[in-house]
Design a protein around this ligand. Structure first.
Ligand code: SF4
Ligand code: SF4
Length: 179
């Protein structure tokens, strides 16, 4: 069974927000909320400063506090792809997962349940890439099986410097940023 992850090349991202728009359209994300977003951050120290532009979303963490804190089991690790998902009709909207996620990846949908990036699992099950990955004009995003040594994501991680967000949180994120 695959263990899906994403590898994003920050040297290629131009911050155009096509990924954000594609996600909102694909997933009918309610107005005023987003499942992915763009962050611009100065990295390094003078005189080797660099500007990193990142497309961020739920990291589908290997050690997800949003799952362990959920009182109903609505937040769970899906067997297919080991992604973190929410079963809407089991969610009571208590917001424990919103508080537990150190990335601000979740919001409460107007219909009352916790919502976030699903890695477009409905598309992935049809053999397609997530919507954000498929529209990126610079092809800076890659999606695949982190447990397959031959996958593009594994090969990129083996050949390029990379980092994850807030590794000190111990969540073991599965979205990696190439630098
Ligand atoms: S990024 Fe947040 S919502 Fe996503 S799996 Fe990690 S802790 Fe849970
Ligand atoms: S808001 Fe829903 S998914 Fe989140 S912890 Fe509460 S019951 Fe679980």
């Amino acid at each position: 069974m695959p263990r899906f992850g994403m590898v994003i090349d920050t040297l290629k991202c131009v911050g155009c927000m096509d990924c954000v728009v594609a996600c909102q359209t694909e997933n009918d994300v309610p107005q005023g909320h987003c499942r992915d977003w763009i962050v611009t951050e100065l990295r390094g120290e003078f005189p080797t400063l660099s500007l990193e532009i990142r497309s961020e979303r739920c990291n589908h963490c290997d050690n997800p506090p949003c799952v362990t804190c959920c009182p109903t089991g609505a937040s769970h690790v899906e067997e297919f792809g080991k992604t973190v998902q929410v079963t809407a009709n089991m969610c009571i909207g208590c917001k424990a997962c919103l508080a537990a996620c150190p990335y601000g990846a979740r919001f409460i949908h107007p219909d009352g349940y916790a919502d976030k990036c699903t890695f477009c699992l409905h598309r992935v099950k049809e053999g397609k890439d997530p919507a954000c990955v498929s529209v990126c004009p610079t092809r800076c995003m890659h999606f695949g099986d982190l447990d397959d040594p031959k996958s593009a994501v594994r090969q990129l991680l083996a050949s390029r410097k990379h980092h994850t967000l807030l590794p000190e949180a111990g969540t073991k994120p599965r979205v990696f940023y190439l630098t």
